[in-house]
Design a protein around this ligand. Structure first.
Ligand code: ADP
Ligand code: ZN
Length: 210
């Protein structure tokens, strides 16, 4: 099963992708995490992406399309995958179609801008493995520490309030049109994002397994 997660920054794409990845036993491909990883490793691509990312802008299409194409060619993607944070623009979606990749479901998690802005201040991420947490909605069992790997939980630089507004703006202009794009292909599933992670997951699974 090949799935795309769609939604505003902070809508819960990454969190739900992690749950579905467990549930279906298929890998999550998060372009945000891959870019952050490249940055941490000081690769040329990572350094090029940094300024875009820090300002809440999108990294150029050709860069992201390149990393996704390489990643999808790996063996573990053969039985299916979940794309988290890609595609984010119409040209990216067209590039994915051009790769001949069959997508079954596009899950659009709908959360209002107001709720996004409120949520973002509580968002934390594991510095080591990238797993997302939230101070209120999704706490680790031990404060400040990742359940999976013991890494330290930090606030992302681009989760600061000013950058969040810029990212929301980019989302409405560049990414939101993708809902229509996939609706026309008959693949779109709209889910109202809930504050409880499990409640959102139930809504998604009900649609997929219907
Ligand atoms: P979010 O949690 O807000 O959805 P991500 O971790 O997916 O954020 O992405 C963080 C940043 O990484 C984006 O603001 C953008 O700069 C860059 N990025 C990630 N995926 C893409 C993509 N598909 N196209 C362009 N830029 C991307
Ligand atoms: Zn971790």
């Amino acid at each position: 099963m090949n799935i795309i997660m769609l939604g505003a920054p902070g809508a819960g794409k990454g969190t739900q992708a992690a749950v579905l990845c467990e549930h279906f036993g298929i890998p999550t491909i998060s372009t945000g995490n891959m870019i952050r990883e490249a940055l941490k490793n000081g690769t040329e691509m990572g350094l090029k992406a940094k300024s875009f990312m820090d300002e809440g802008k999108l990294v150029p299409d050709e860069v992201v399309i390149g990393i996704v194409k390489e990643r999808l060619a790996e063996d573990d993607c053969k039985k299916g995958f979940i794309l988290d944070g890609f595609p984010r623009t119409i040209p990216q979606a067209e590039a994915l179609d051009a790769m001949g990749v069959e997508i079954q479901y596009v899950i659009n998690i709908d959360v209002s801008d107001e709720r996004i802005i409120n949520r973002m201040s509580g968002r934390r991420v594991c510095e080591n493995c990238g797993r997302p947490y939230h101070l209120v909605n999704l706490k680790p069992s031990k404060e400040g520490i990742c359940d999976d790997c013991g890494g330290t939980l930090v606030q992302r630089k681009d989760d600061h309030p000013d950058t969040v507004l810029a990212r929301l703006d980019v989302y409405h202009k560049e990414t939101e049109p993708l809902a229509d794009y996939y609706d026309k292909q008959g693949k779109l599933i709209n889910v109202e994002g809930q504050d409880e992670v499990d409640t959102t997951t139930d809504l998604i699974l009900k649609e997929i397994e219907a």
